[in-house]
Design a protein around this ligand. Structure first.
Ligand code: SAH
Ligand code: SF4
Ligand code: F3S
Length: 439
């Protein structure tokens, strides 16, 4: 494997995983590897995995099964990410042709682990014991997204919600210094990006280790970097959602009109069982702050249905919460029991068919809410950043500041490039997207 080393990388899971992959790719390239698009062409196959629900976890084992015959051809396999951290050395027992198992808190050691792999070692591990204070920073990030640059500002999670694997798969909560975040943001702006998304499992739990800036102050500072036109941040936790975040969105025009604020349930009793540490009313108070902003801040959320013991009436409270908040987007999930989590001792009492029914009711109700919300945009002119195009429908695909997908027609032979901005007049609306024409 001395020269012409090639790798194939597939990513599952959230944006933090997607961005970790950009850093892993940059690190591998720095070590002399070249990325290839097909498994068959690669010497090293890496899977950056997700364990948030059982289905996500199964995907990687299916993949490993599909490709195990490639191991006989001398290809090497690495499992990274949340399943790697969760299962650890058990992965070697299940898939003996895997040579490297590493969780996200160990990626700084990737060059060393790769060297051992190249030396022929097998069963190499990089696993976290929730002790590390290190964040995964590298100047070799290979940004693959043509219009949006991600920056992880806080890693890990200390919240331990009863259903969630993340505190076990991503280690303890640790923030990156705001000076270093700003330095990277300036470099990104200099390289031509105009949109930055700050990332963290609980991005607003950010605590500058040097104490120089609060989260809201960091948002303002990123938003004021010359060249930056859009700043997003995800995911916010209601517990740490402070009023100054709304104030700073009002004050700094480049901060997008959007907050993703996962609620998980509309029932205070279920929220307590989930260990979310807030009540329905406490959450709705934060929503009221956001709605009282001068700017039209769009709100989206995550919801879990069928948490152990959730009664039909408690589920109904989640539906009435949808009506109360009027979200612009909802990501709904059926509760999935996860290894190591406190909820495992609770009986997963709700049959899968009932979870599916509740999820469908939830999504149907939300569809009607979005239909009405999106229709309000007809006749408006919105600024859209281009993300791609749909040649079949001859439409350009983009997003508004509120994070709503906007598809628009364009009467010019050359479609606008990803990352460019256009004023679009909205002519039609669907529950999940707006349609318009460039003006
Ligand atoms: N840190 C974020 C969420 C990260 S995980 C927060 O606290 O809001 C993304 C979403 O996956 C969660 O918001 C939750 O809705 C869902 N999720 C997490 N664990 C789950 C489980 N065991 N079953 C079903 N959905 C789950
Ligand atoms: Fe999971 Fe809760 Fe942490 Fe979010 S805050 S990552 S749901 S434990
Ligand atoms: Fe999945 Fe890990 Fe993200 S479990 S959702 S990849 S933090």
């Amino acid at each position: 494997m001395a020269n012409a080393k090639t790798f194939y990388l597939e990513t599952f899971g959230c944006q933090m995983n997607a961005h970790d992959s950009e850093k892993v790719i940059g690190t591998l390239e720095q070590q002399g590897y070249t990325q290839v698009e097909a498994e068959l062409d690669a010497d090293l196959l890496l899977y950056n995995t997700c364990s948030i629900r059982d289905k996500a976890e199964q995907k990687v084992f299916n993949r490993l099964n599909d490709y195990k015959k490639l191991a006989r051809e001398g290809k090497r396999f690495a499992v990274l990410g949340c399943v790697a951290q969760q299962e650890g050395e058990k992965i070697f027992d299940r898939a003996p042709y895997v040579s490297l198992v590493a969780g996200s808190a160990s990626y700084r050691k990737l060059p060393e682990m790769l060297a051992r792999l190249e030396a022929g070692e097998t069963r190499i591990t990089g696993l976290d014991d929730r002790q590390t204070d290190e964040t995964f920073e590298t100047e070799f990030t290979a940004r693959k997204n043509p219009y949006r640059a991600y920056i992880t500002i806080i890693e890990g999670c200390d919240k331990f919600c009863a259903y969630c694997v993340v505190p076990y798969t991503r280690g303890k909560e640790r923030s990156r210094g705001s000076d270093s975040v700003l330095e990277e943001a300036r470099r990104i702006a200099d390289s031509g990006y105009t949109e930055i998304q700050l990332l963290g499992q609980n991005v607003n739990s950010y605590r500058d280790p040097q104490g120089a800036r609060s989260f809201a102050e960091l948002l303002a500072a990123v938003g004021q970097i010359p060249g930056i036109r859009r700043v997003r941040f995800t995911t916010s936790h209601p517990r740490d959602f402070t009023r100054d975040i709304v104030d700073v969105i009002d004050a700094v025009p480049t901060l997008c009109d959007h907050v993703h604020l996962p609620v998980q349930s509309g029932s205070s009793r279920v929220l307590r069982q989930m260990a979310r540490e807030y009540t329905r009313d406490w959450y709705l108070e934060r929503i009221a702050w956001i709605k009282s902003a001068k700017r039209p801040i769009s709100i989206s959320t995550d919801l879990i249905v069928g948490f152990p013991g959730e009664t039909p009436l408690e589920f109904e409270e989640t539906i009435t919460l949808l009506d109360a908040v009027q979200y612009d987007a909802v990501f709904g999930f059926k509760y999935s029991p996860r290894p190591n989590t406190p909820a495992l001792v609770m009986i997963d009492s709700i049959p899968d068919a009932e979870k599916a029914t509740r999820l469908q009711i939830l999504l149907d109700r939300q569809r009607e809410i979005q239909r009405a919300n999106y229709e309000k945009h007809i006749g408006e002119t919105v600024e859209v950043m281009v993300e791609g195009n749909n040649p079949v429908r001859e439409q350009v695909i983009g997003r508004s500041s509120q994070n709503k997908p906007v598809n628009f027609t364009w009467n010019h032979p050359i479609a606008p490039a990803p990352g460019t901005y256009h004023q679009v007049r909205i002519t039609r609306a669907f529950p999940n997207s707006l349609v318009g024409e460039a003006i």
